[in-house]
Design a protein around this ligand. Structure first.
Ligand SMILES: Nc1ncnc2c1ncn2[C@@H]1O[C@H](COP(=O)(O)OP(=O)(O)OP(=O)(O)O)[C@@H](O)[C@H]1O
Length: 516
């Protein structure tokens, strides 16, 4: 990720917090010429420089910008609106603490994104895929201190001998290297490299992809209206039937913009290609990624999510067979558990009840979760089928076989060293622990977003798994909070704060409609 993106993120945080009417509301000063210039450059980074001039000339308080942007301020064409919304959304999701104003650097002004507009790779980051990818966040949140404090030894098979794993796989050191190689006198060279690295990497990137499900037989038989139109790869409109005061029926259209919109003709393979596939190589670069599907019962979450882990495993196994990883004893591990009614159950160990604990470093550990080494795709398939069969399902009005729990399947790449490898043969229990986590991808198939979908008292007709049905109903939303903690290892702290709310408030991950 280039410096340009990082600087944009800082601006976003301030604007976003202001929109939330937080303390920044009072803290920010009146717009200055410098502020206008900053805003102009920010818009320019998305190729929207022409929208900046009215701001500069009328000296509008830059704190009001989010509201203006939400109203489609100045943007005329659909493409402009799309850019504006992407710009806003990018900023909204990227901030960390929120109190820092946008401060451009020579690097941010010198990048190629100005000429390329929003779509340049610089602006979007190094890669831009995955329902939720957290490639660029702070490493200290990706891996435990233990891993970070112990750098990997250099592999004798690696070219250059003295190069360490860190050099080759740590995005920070690679970035640093690139920056040094590219450096010329005009390029910004940070005085405090550590601080810069921390800031540069403390950015979460999220990709939100919407998939439209075709009308099912029941809906077709009832001649129900298709209320969603996907009209290009990033836009959709929702048609809301309404009545005027004189009771004349009309349809109100709401347009939404996402990173990608997949229509009803898209196959599961295409979903994989758009979302997970591009993340796979980064799992070997110390990335922890999470991919989840969100929607109400019957919207197609399980249909969409279920094929993804197997496809990912195929690609991960293929990568692991490359000499560079094989020589370093990289291995793939799989675990699968569910959260139901606020409790955790191991889907691969006869639904053994699991405990979730937080260690002294605020790392969430699932105590007792079994991890299995998987060296080929057939084994992965068998584990997934076993886990799926053990899941809590029930029947809802909209889905005969409805997932009533959150299921989390994790594929973890670990690096093993030979000494520990021999020990592990004597001590199977510690097998999984003997490897160091290189990267991880978690797939979460959520229970429906309707209230109480994941609680034991949600539906009288729901036929629970016998062990589950004996439990007392937990308080509402407790499973969502448990889920947030369970994936905590993957999420940077700003996101963590919002996740439980996001999961219970369907609209919080969506953007407001574009007013045409
Ligand atoms: N894109 C699609 N194409 C064809 N059929 C689909 C598609 N998406 C979903 N379906 C079908 O719709 C039904 C409901 O889908 P699914 O079980 O995935 O919903 P869900 O969102 O997981 O619901 P719940 O929250 O109740 O578990 C299933 O029979 C599934 O096969």
């Amino acid at each position: 990720m280039g410096g340009q993106m990082q600087q944009s993120n800082a601006a976003a945080t301030a604007l976003y917090d202001h929109a939330g009417a937080g303390p920044l509301h009072n803290a920010a000063g009146p717009a200055t010429d410098a502020g206008d210039a900053v805003m102009a450059r920010w818009l320019q980074s998305a190729g929207l420089q022409h929208l900046a001039s009215p701001l500069a000339s009328t000296a509008i308080d830059q704190r009001l910008l989010p509201n203006l942007l939400m109203q489609g301020y100045g943007a005329q064409s659909a493409e402009e609106k799309q850019r504006l919304f992407k710009l806003m959304r990018n900023l909204n999701f990227n901030g960390e603490s929120g109190s820092e104003p946008y401060t451009p650097t020579s690097q941010s002004l010198g990048g190629g994104a100005v000429s390329d507009g929003f779509y340049s790779p610089d602006f979007r980051g190094d890669f831009g895929a995955g329902l939720l990818d957290l490639h660029a966040m702070d490493d200290t949140e990706l891996l435990s201190e233990h891993v970070i404090s112990e750098p990997f030894e250099p592999s004798p098979f690696m070219p250059g001998g003295a190069r360490t794993f860190e050099d080759d796989f740590n995005p920070i050191s690679r970035k640093q290297e690139r920056r040094e190689a590219d450096a010329d006198a005009s390029v910004f060279l940070p005085t405090n490299e550590k601080e810069n690295n921390t800031r540069e990497n403390n950015v979460a990137k999220i990709k939100v992809v919407v998939r439209k499900r075709p009308l099912n037989k029941k809906e077709l038989a009832k001649k129900e209206d298709d209320i969603v139109t996907a009209f290009d790869s990033a836009y959709l409109s929702v048609h809301e039937p309404k009545l005027k005061v004189d009771l004349t029926a009309y349809v109100e259209k709401h347009e939404f913009c996402f990173d990608a919109v997949l229509d009803e003709n898209v196959t599961n393979d295409e979903v994989y290609q758009v979302t997970v596939e591009p993340i796979i190589p980064t799992i070997f670069e110390r990335t922890k990624a999470t991919c989840f599907a969100y929607g109400q019962t019957g919207s197609g979450k399980t249909y969409t999510m279920q094929p993804l882990p197997l496809r990912a495993a195929e690609d991960l196994v293929r990568q692991l067979r490359r000499p560079v990883y094989r020589n370093q004893r990289f291995k793939l591990w799989l675990s699968y558990f569910e959260i139901y009614g606020g409790k955790l159950f191991d889907l691969l160990s006869d639904r053994k009840k699991l405990c979730m604990r937080e260690d002294g470093r605020q790392q969430v550990c699932i105590v007792g979760l079994q991890e299995f080494e998987v060296s080929d795709v057939q084994i992965v398939k068998e584990f997934i089928e076993k886990g799926n069969a053990a899941r809590s399902t029930g029947s809802t009005g909209a889905n005969e076989e409805s997932s009533r729990s959150h299921a989390i399947l994790q594929l973890v790449v670990k690096r093993h060293n030979e000494i520990k490898e021999s020990k592990r043969n004597n001590n199977e229990g510690n097998e999984a622990k003997s490897g160091k986590v290189v990267g991880k991808i978690s797939f979460i198939d959520l229970a429906g977003s309707e209230r109480g979908a994941d609680t034991t008292d949600n539906d009288r007709q729901t036929s629970h798994h016998p062990t589950v049905s004996l439990e007392l109903p937990p308080p509402r939303r407790s499973s969502h909070q448990t889920l947030a903690k369970a994936v905590a290892g993957n999420l940077p702290s700003p996101l963590l704060k919002t996740l439980p709310e996001s999961l219970s408030e369907p609209s919080s991950l969506l953007l407001p409609p574009i007013k045409r």
